[in-house]
Design a protein around this ligand. Sequence first.
Ligand SMILES: [Cu+2]
Length: 133
Amino acid sequence: MSLTRSRRIRHRTRGAAVGAACALLTIVGVTSTSAAPLSPPASASAITVEGTEVHIRGFNFVPAEVKVRAGATVTVVNDDSAPHTLTATEGDAFDTGTIEGGESGTFTAPSKPGSYPFLCSLHPQMKGTLIVS
Ligand SMILES: [Cu+2]
């Protein structure tokens, strides 16, 4: 067996595809149940979920990274049987308060764009990030 065999030059096509993916990522669509001033684009990229709904499932925030518009109302659905919260890690930027198992709560995203880490105040190992644009 020769080790050099797998090191042959491979034909790669990159660059164009990467550029297109980056362009898609700059489009932020927020699907809101309340009044939306602009109609969001139908297509969305997969890396970060855009929307105004977060689930709590198996002691995890799903998705753990949530992208929203400033001031958006975000619904948090607790799919577990245990109570949870979604609470800003620093300060009092947002907090759902305790959401009982099987129920849902809401909070209002900060009006200032930025990245806001959050956790469950009952289970601090549960973490996520709210990205406000
Ligand atoms: Cu919890």
